[in-house]
Design a protein. Structure first.
Length: 321
């Protein structure tokens, strides 16, 4: 059962101040108890549907399956088309298979009201050797099931998902705006599950190189470099209302003037800017993706130990500028 944790302090004039925070209930001990499956580890429960984001996050060669479930009769609050707020009871799962081994399935479940700040529980479930059941692993686990895949702990989940308006990253207007299988922006609109339908999102600007690069930045960098993080000086999170300015000139990346961002040293040899038109090796955006050591500023800073071949779209785009 969810509960409130409150702290009280006796202030001046004998006024009692009380602060309370919502504490999510403990996650189910096994994946079978989360409601993903109906009767086995292969049959999805009623109301659970697959989805695929338009742009995927690199996960070191792991293949992924994703599922989503809205509570019956409920709608997603899309009054802010770039910041969807999900109803209590929303669940999302992501399954990771590495080296042909189904290693883990993650659950994200909204258990309290509001648009973030503790109302979600997030936990990874580790599959057994027989691939018949998965058990909660809230402390995380490195090199799980004989692979190089690491299960995140609770803090690891928050590191990425706290950048979204309401935790879920791959379920949004832009990420579901495609004609593929599973849940899409169109299917949610047709089913009446959006409070404010988004009928015609704008297309990404630029040529094919620019569009591929912007999508890559959105999925792989925007989770941290997004609207909720005010500490980072540059944004790579695409928004519907800003698409008209994105990538129209080499000087802009998702509406941020990269020329105004301070240059930074690279290997103590020369200064680089975020994006140096025509020069990937002089562009911090590209250089950081080609590192896998936290000591030298890798991007992303967690969740990856291998370089992503698909990141080459950034080099292609920068070269074309």
């Amino acid at each position: 059962m969810a509960h409130l944790v409150c702290s009280a302090a006796l202030g001046t004039l004998l006024v009692l101040s009380v602060g309370c925070s919502f504490v999510p209930p403990e996650a189910p001990a096994t994946l079978a108890e989360t409601g993903l499956y109906s009767d086995s580890a292969e049959t999805l429960a009623d109301g659970v549907v697959a989805f695929e984001p338009r742009w995927a996050l690199w996960s070191d060669t792991a293949s992924k399956n994703r599922w989503f479930q809205l509570p019956a009769g409920e709608m997603i609050d899309t009054s802010d088309p770039d910041g969807w707020v999900f109803p209590v009871g929303t669940k999302a799962w992501k399954e990771f298979t590495r080296d042909e081994v189904r290693v883990e399935t993650r659950l994200l479940e909204k258990v309290g009201p509001g648009d973030y700040d503790g109302e979600w529980r997030m936990v990874a479930y580790l599959w057994n050797d027989d691939q018949t059941a998965a058990v909660a692993q809230p402390e995380g686990l490195e090199d799980a099931s004989g692979t190089d895949h690491d299960l995140p702990d609770d803090d690891g989940c928050n590191t990425c998902h706290s950048g979204a308006a309401d935790v879920l990253l791959g379920i949004s207007a832009l990420q579901l705006d495609h004609a593929g299988d599973g849940v899409t922006l169109g299917s949610l609109t047709d089913a009446g599950r959006l409070s404010a339908p988004i009928s015609d999102p704008p297309d990404l600007p630029g040529d094919a190189d620019a569009q591929a690069a912007l999508g890559y930045l959105h999925a792989n960098c925007g989770n941290c470099h997004g609207p909720r993080n005010t500490l980072l000086p540059v944004r790579f999170w695409l928004t519907l209302d800003a698409l008209g300015t994105v990538a129209e000139t080499p000087a802009y990346v998702t509406g941020v003037d990269v020329g105004s961002v301070k240059t930074r040293p690279l290997e103590n040899t020369r200064a680089v800017v975020l994006i140096a038109p025509g020069d990937p090796d002089g562009s911090l955006v590209w250089v950081r993706t080609q590192r896998r050591s936290p000591e030298v500023g890798t991007m992303p800073p967690i969740g990856s130990e291998r370089l992503d071949p698909a990141a080459g779209v950034l080099a292609d785009w920068i070269t074309s500028l």
